[in-house]
Design a protein around this ligand. Structure first.
Ligand code: GLP
Length: 238
């Protein structure tokens, strides 16, 4: 794992944008990006939106989506992506999990097929306070592929900040599995703020265990972890 400590999200985002630029140049634009949502990658999308980077021959996949809410729901990850990135940058193909389709087998199998056709060059990740990646909660198999997930109480509570009240937070989501994420050629995980420090420390210095989904990244050959100082305070080696 390569660990970079940055001043703030803007500086972290700059590193990501540079990586994207290099990848686009190397793949003549035909690259595949794995995208994430949440507060953490916001600065990346803001910088991409005003950058000259051209994604018109690239493909994107999003990590996850809530089940049971429409793409126009302000809290859906579809809405988030349109608002923060796709409105400014068009990709040749942008794939998101269809949270409106209750047929989980079809949704998940189709997504895996598409990813197999367009292997992900670089996957962006945030991390949950309980160490989740995507919506892969503690206990999820490292071999898991795209699946429907029952969200943990910690995640529901933590994500309730985006909803009017906790009862509106969907209880289920579709998410790339840990095996799906690990198949990406490169992974960039960002974490900012003191409330991520414990999860970051377990991910980097703790044993590799399904109890901390992000710890699996210790086994990936190309991982970059971008942290601000507060998120890095629990690390034993910096
Ligand atoms: C959510 C998402 C994750 C995200 C994480 C952290 O539950 N499913 O993909 O990385 O929580 O979110 P944030 O970046 O807002 O802290």
């Amino acid at each position: 794992m390569k660990i970079e400590i940055v001043h703030d999200q803007q500086q972290g985002a700059q590193l990501v944008v540079e990586e994207f630029q290099t990848l686009l140049a190397r793949r003549s634009g035909a690259a595949t990006f794995g995208l994430a949502t949440g507060d953490t990658p916001l600065a990346v999308y803001q910088q991409l939106a005003v950058s000259p980077l051209d994604f018109s021959t690239s493909t994107s996949f999003n990590l996850d989506e809530y089940v049971g809410i429409t793409p126009t729901n302000l809290q859906s990850y579809h809405y988030y992506m349109n608002k923060n990135l796709f409105k400014y940058k068009q990709f040749a193909n942008s794939y998101l999990l269809d949270g409106q389709n209750p047929d989980q087998q079809t949704v998940c199998e189709n997504y895996e097929k598409l990813i197999a056709q367009h292997p992900i060059d670089v996957q962006l990740l945030g991390i949950g306070r309980n160490g989740h990646i995507g919506f892969n909660e503690p206990g999820t198999s490292f071999e898991s592929r795209t699946h429907r997930v029952k969200l943990s109480e910690t995640t529901i509570q933590s994500n309730s900040r985006f909803f009017d009240d906790q009862n509106q937070v969907p209880r289920y989501a579709y998410s790339m599995g840990i095996g799906t994420i690990m198949a990406a050629r490169k992974i960039i995980l960002m974490a900012y703020g003191a409330n991520k420090a414990a999860a970051v420390a377990k991910m980097v210095n703790g044993p590799v265990s399904v109890a901390v989904p992000a710890s699996v990244l210790q086994r990936h050959p190309q991982v970059e972890v971008i942290l601000d100082e507060p998120a890095s305070t629990g690390l034993s080696v910096k």
